[in-house]
Design a protein around this ligand. Structure first.
Ligand code: IPM
Ligand code: MN
Length: 372
């Protein structure tokens, strides 16, 4: 298969982790005989530094004409600590999502058996975790009218949703639930918010055409609690933009590290793949960031194009790295493996279909690998 992939490494650890994802995609190309073409473009703080805008026109153009977009991370401390900044790196990502109509953000959450002990939560609580968050991505409070009075003493952000915005993502979530364990939970705050009551009404109505899916509702405050009390109860979670942002960071704790969670963002015509983590500026250039979320985002890209065997080979290589302890320090404080080494290990194990690296397994187990 030929694919044109727009590469948007972005800020902080974005370039480092994206490079590992590309290594893995290149290994897939070699192993399975595909041709992926990569076109790199700036977004976020790096784009502001060079072009005074977080989303240069050229970047948007490259994204629009690509088959898929692979993004690293967005954000920089110098903007986080300056509430008066007129341009912000995050605006680049939000504009890109809006311009490309990427209304559904899909964030799978599961545990890896080799990491069950790493989670701050008890093994018995998390071991059956396997759910997907369907987060609405182009509406709600993120995109509603923003106001600040002249004195700078009063501010507001409007949370607005139309029936159409709710129904298009609801259909995707119902279809996903139908193909999984048949359970869909709408997370909202319908006891307080008018917009949430519209979500309930629209989603309930759509639910009638998916009789095989069991629909339930949770208020977001309760959902936040249930996620860590009993994550195994969830199959597909459907929610609005900001609740989904917050709950998915919370959910990342279950697996043991935010550096493990991947996501895809899809619309009618485009698809973007990115880790759910931020730019982690403190780790920038230090070769310590966990590349797994970026690599798993690349597997979601492969799956998006029906390349399931390819995606599986990457997932198996990731599993192997976790099993063998070839992990960054967020997963094992004593580990001395860096971002690059973990990426190399995973990529090498994709190319290697005949087990020629097994001769090194003993060394790897002893923690003195010769191949990395
Ligand atoms: C995410 C991020 C973004 C968001 C930021 C960088 C704008 O936190 O993708 O979850 O809030 O959507
Ligand atoms: Mn977020």
């Amino acid at each position: 298969m030929n694919l044109n992939i727009a590469l948007l490494p972005g800020d902080g650890i974005g370039p480092e982790v994206t490079a590992q994802a590309v290594k893995c995609l290149q290994a897939v190309e070699e192993t399975f005989n595909h041709q992926f073409r990569y076109e790199e473009a700036p977004i976020g703080a790096v784009a502001i530094d060079r072009f005074n805008t977080p989303l240069p026109k050229k970047t948007l153009e490259i994204c629009k004409t690509s088959d898929a977009i692979l993004l690293g991370a967005i954000g920089d401390l110098k903007y986080d600590t300056d509430p008066t900044a007129k341009v912000r790196p995050e605006q680049g990502l939000l504009e890109l999502r809006k311009e490309l109509g990427l209304f559904a953000n899909i964030r799978p959450v599961n545990t890896f058996s080799s990491l069950l002990e790493k989670s701050p939560l008890k093994k018995e609580i998390i071991q059956n975790t396997n759910f997907i968050i369907y987060r609405e991505l182009t509406g709600g409070i993120y995109f509603g009218e923003k106001k600040l009075n002249e004195a700078g003493t009063l501010a507001s952000d409007l949370c607005e949703y139309s029936e159409k915005e709710i129904s298009r993502i609801a259909h995707l979530a119902f279809k996903a639930a139908k193909n999984r364990n048949g359970k869909l939970c709408l997370v909202d705050k319908a006891n307080v918010l008018e917009s949430s009551r519209l979500w309930r009404k629209v989603v309930s109505k759509i639910g009638e055409s998916y009789p095989e899916v069991e629909l339930s509702f949770l208020f977001v405050d309760n959902a936040a609690m249930q996620l860590i009390l009993n994550p195994g109860q969830f199959d597909v979670i459907l929610t609005e933009n900001m609740f989904g942002d917050i709950l998915s960071d919370e959910a990342s704790v279950i697996g043991g590290s935010i550096g493990l969670l991947a996501s895809s963002s899809v619309g009618e015509d485009n698809a973007l793949f990115e880790p759910i983590h931020g730019s982690y500026p403190q780790a920038k250039g230090k070769d310590i960031a966990n590349p797994v979320a970026a690599i798993l985002s690349a597997t979601m890209l492969l799956e998006h194009f029906g390349l399931y065997e390819e995606a599986m080979s990457v997932r198996e290589a990731v599993d192997k790295s976790l099993r063998k302890g070839i992990v960054t320090s967020d997963l094992d404080a004593k580990s001395s493996y860096g971002t690059n080494q973990v990426g190399d290990f995973i990529a090498d194990n994709i190319v290697d279909k005949d087990g020629s690296f097994t001769m090194n397994d003993e060394n790897i187990d002893l923690g003195k690998s010769t191949i990395i």
